[in-house]
Design a protein around this ligand. Structure first.
Ligand code: SD4
Length: 337
């Protein structure tokens, strides 16, 4: 067992213990959750249109809100939002400019889901700048939910998408540097994850969600993460709300985090409480599996109340209701510097 792993274990155990005794910020947390719950009970004024995205993706929430204010569907909003980081070469976790796998290939994963429960996804897609739009086409133009690899690429081209080089100079440089040591270590936050999961409620009160990523930097060739998996990287249910994930996908996939959060909200939890429970499940199940890792969740219920929570410090999110703002999320490992 490595020192780091032991430290993480100790911290996690101490944190859980302290939380269960109410020693650290449990009181504050409860107060916050109660406020949210009471607000949703007493304030029947709809808090939508609204949109929330993982990380400080205010460009994305801006683009989404533009669609919502124009009276478009939440689906149009989340697609427009997801396209912003997809096209940004500086965003090294999404679309164009995303860091490649260990063989130098940028492989992209995305999914989208609407208020009727329709869903579309692409995995291991190469050479297409907007996988989220291909995912939407899969949803709208095929009898399937998910297309992968060459099949997804053939479909995209048939739908009129342009094939382009996704590996930027900056990403190629980072890959060549990585090749010097070839160490695969999914970092906590030293290198930010920027995968975008975005949720929106439109003027009619309908919810949709989208999630798009280039996955973990320097992953094995062929690896697919949580982001394109409906229920893992993102999930919406128009009766309840939605959730989306970022971080180390392997643990989001094996706990079906976004679906779990929606189901916890269905059972009465606030979005904040549901995000916290989903994070705690991962910590409890996988705390002894290796180096410290990060997972962060956002959630939105149908009243427009939101929640966000992560394992480690450093996760933030963008929220646009009346104003477009970014917030630091609360997190589990409070005693970690
Ligand atoms: C994945 N969840 O492929 C993604 C990675 C991520 O910001 O969130 N990066 O596992």
């Amino acid at each position: 067992m490595s020192i780091n792993r032991r430290k993480f274990l100790n911290r996690s155990i101490l944190s859980s213990f302290a939380l269960s005794l109410g020693i650290i910020s449990c009181k504050d947390e409860k107060a916050k959750s109660t406020d949210v719950a009471e607000a949703s009970l007493t304030n029947s004024a709809p808090k939508y249109p609204i949109t929330i995205a993982t990380w400080d993706n205010r460009g994305a929430t801006e683009a989404a809100m533009k669609e919502l204010l124009a009276g478009k569907r939440a689906l149009d909003g989340v697609e427009a939002g997801a396209k912003i980081p997809e096209a940004n070469p500086k965003d090294t976790s999404v679309g164009y400019g995303g860091f490649p796998d260990r063989d130098g290939n940028v492989t992209l994963d995305a999914c989208i889901m609407d208020e009727k429960g329709n869903a579309g996804a692409v995995t291991f897609l190469q050479g297409i700048k907007h996988p989220i739009s291909v995912a939407r086409k899969v949803m709208e133009e095929t009898p399937h939910v998910m297309l992968s690899g060459q099949g997804a690429l053939d479909f995209a081209i048939a739908q009129g998408f342009k094939q382009e080089e996704m590996l930027t100079e900056n990403a190629a440089k980072a890959w060549k540097k990585w090749l010097e040591k070839k160490e695969y270590q999914p970092k906590v936050n030293s290198e930010r994850h920027d995968t975008i999961g975005i949720l929106a409620i439109d003027q009619k009160g309908d919810i949709s969600g989208a999630c798009t990523t280039s996955g973990m930097a320097f992953k094995m060739h062929g690896r697919v993460g949580d982001s394109p998996i409906i229920g893992a990287g993102m999930y919406v249910d128009n009766e309840v709300g939605g959730a989306a994930a970022t971080g180390l996908g392997e643990y989001v996939m094996t706990t079906l985090g976004s679906f779990l959060i929606v189901e916890l909200m269905r059972q009465g939890m606030t979005p904040q409480e549901a995000c916290e429970e989903a994070v705690k499940r991962i910590v409890k199940k996988y705390e002894d599996t290796g180096e410290p890792f990060q997972v962060g969740y956002i959630a939105l219920n149908k009243q427009g109340d939101h929640g966000a929570y992560s394992i480690q410090k450093g996760f933030n999110y963008a929220l646009y209701h009346k104003e477009n703002e970014a917030f630091e999320a609360d997190y589990f490992n409070k005693d970690k510097k």
